[in-house]
Design a protein around this ligand. Structure first.
Ligand SMILES: Cc1cc2nc3c(=O)[nH]c(=O)nc-3n(C[C@H](O)[C@H](O)[C@H](O)COP(=O)(O)O)c2cc1C
Length: 369
């Protein structure tokens, strides 16, 4: 067993032991004793790891399966993998592709008070390690979602549905939430604040502290469900915006939405996207997203849901170590529609191979020394 943790995994595994034991959340007395002896140099890391690993794999339930469950804003998920808004339709479209009940949850396409047809094509463009999109928040509208999609979702067992909401005025957000409040089977609202505030000169709600405060306060007042505020990365200080969202009543924050970006066809000299500017997502943004999740997690005491370029279980672990309680997968579903489900399986293996018994114990567990 010592061999198994030699080399690259050993430092990580040691870190896991120390962290778990420090928190005492899952530590048995043997683990705690081993931790003490390890810290005094009386036990080798290899031996401490063996104690820890044995304790984890012969836990009270006798289960060898890692516990991937997470909780945020009063919502319990069987695992931290959530399909991101705009990349998973209304969930029903993925029913034949993904076992929806294997996911932690999914966020439906952004909903508005009225249906929207979106932007003209071309609306998608592949970039180096990323994707540009300017779909224009095309959707069927909140009322049609309740009538046409939610009843189908309600027939499915063991799934968690989150509704993403957007608007161009505070009243839009308010009205959309009021409509959705009438439906059953939505676990929480995710407020997309990366939209121009048309009554305040068109600056994004999520890029202006005052607009952000007002829209979150309004949404919280009318919401009958937990409110997750999805932050825009197009800001100077993500920590400041995260804090504003928290103070205005957010039960959790999610981040990041896409970066405003563009591409030009140098031969035709025309923009690649009809809207000219578009949102950049995918692996290209992952390191920046990770830094923003880390900064935001240190600025608030509400849970953080991380996203931006995640495509592997080890990406998930990075976001969790940076402070995310759960994660969302977006663009990866474009090149592999089964990506969300595959990452759940991969995450089981990732935890098993490293002796991580309870994934939630890794939240914010990055080691700095
Ligand atoms: C085609 C497309 C449509 C999107 N639509 C929405 C949306 O309706 N509401 C929203 O909040 N975010 C939307 N997003 C942003 C994603 O949910 C996610 O925040 C972003 O893409 C970063 O994650 P990723 O790199 O894993 O895709 C969309 C992204 C893409 C690629």
């Amino acid at each position: 067993m010592e061999m198994r943790f030699e080399g690259v995994w050993l430092p990580f595994a040691e870190a896991v032991i120390v962290r778990c034991m420090e928190r005492r959340s899952i530590a048995s007395r043997r683990q705690q004793r081993a931790c003490l002896r390890l810290s005094k140099g009386r036990l080798s890391p290899h031996r401490a790891l063996a104690v820890h690993y044995n304790a984890m794999t012969t836990s009270a339930e006798g289960s060898h399966h890692p516990d991937l469950s997470v909780t945020f804003a009063g919502i319990e998920l069987k695992n931290p993998i959530i399909a991101a808004s705009g990349t998973f339709g209304y969930g029903v479209e993925f029913e034949d592709v993904v076992h929806l009940d294997k996911l932690g949850g999914f966020v439906v396409k952004g909903l508005s008070r009225e249906p929207m047809i979106g932007n003209p094509p071309p609306r998608l463009w592949e970039t180096a390690a990323g994707m540009l999109n300017a779909i224009g928040l095309q959707n069927i509208g909140a009322a049609a979602f309740l009538e046409e999609k939610l009843p189908k979702l309600r027939q499915m067992k063991n799934i968690v549905v989150l509704a993403n909401i957007f608007g161009y005025t505070r009243e839009d957000y308010e009205r959309t939430i009021e409509i959705l409040n009438e439906g059953e089977g939505i676990a929480a609202y995710e407020l997309n604040v990366s939209c121009p505030n048309t009554s305040e000169g068109g600056l994004q709600f999520g890029s202006d502290p005052r607009s952000l405060d007002e829209v979150v306060t309004t949404a919280k007042r009318v919401s009958r469900r937990p409110l997750i505020v999805k932050l825009s990365p197009n800001v100077t200080s993500i920590a400041q915006m995260a804090h504003i969202a928290q103070e205005a009543g957010a039960d959790a924050i999610s981040l990041i939405n896409t970066f405003v970006a563009m591409a030009i066809d140098a031969d035709t000299r025309k923009p690649r996207i009809a809207n000219v500017t578009a949102g950049l997502s995918g692996p290209a943004i992952k390191p920046i997203a990770l830094r923003m999740v880390y900064d935001a997690a240190h600025a608030v005491n509400i849970p953080v849901i991380g996203m931006g370029g995640i495509s592997t279980a080890s990406d998930v672990a990075e976001f969790i170590l940076a402070g995310a309680s759960a994660v969302q997968i977006g663009t990866a579903s474009y090149w592999d529609p089964c990506a969300t489900e595959k990452i759940v399986d991969e995450l089981h293996g990732w935890c098993e191979n490293r002796g991580v018994g309870r994934l939630a114990d890794l939240v914010g567990g990055m080691i700095l020394e």
